[in-house]
Write a protein of this length. Structure first.
Length: 145
């Protein structure tokens, strides 16, 4: 049915649920997994005449370390379940676009991801990377609530 599952994660409890279930599904199907973490690229923040700059090198180092910790945990879970796993960390301004690009690049035929459950006005205004992924994906997306 599915042979390569992309599991994007941001390290939240909701994402952990999608990771665990995605790995279990991969084991059942004999599929491989690509685990993905997407960070927002560095930028300076300017409001009026005030500019706040976090050093770029420090930002990138911190993001890379945090992503590596997260992806190492997922890799351990997949290996414990005897599931072939590849990990990726990317920088993209729009996580859903990064998710779709990595899915296509890696030949994934299913995306398993979490929904953070924002409802009402907050969900409408903020939008959800899950909703955007669902809307723009050409491959199936399995959403864990």
């Amino acid at each position: 049915m599915f042979s390569h599952i992309l599991i994007p994660t941001d390290g939240t409890k909701q994402s952990d649920k999608a990771v665990d279930n995605g790995i279990a599904l991969a084991k059942t199907l004999g599929a491989e997994v690509t685990a993905l973490n997407c960070s927002v690229p560095w930028s300076a923040i300017a409001v009026g005449e005030i500019v706040s700059v976090f050093p770029e090198a420090e930002y990138v180092e911190t993001q890379n370390k945090e992503a590596q910790k997260l992806l190492d945990l997922i890799s351990e879970k997949a290996k414990a379940a005897d599931v072939k796993v590849t990990t990726r960390h990317i920088y993209h301004n729009h996580a859903y676009q990064g998710i779709l690009e990595i899915a296509k690049e890696n030949g994934c035929d299913l995306i398993c991801m979490a929904s953070h459950g924002r409802r009402g006005l907050e969900g409408l205004l903020i939008g959800s990377e899950t909703t955007k992924t669902l809307t723009h994906s050409e491959i199936p997306v399995l959403v864990y609530k």
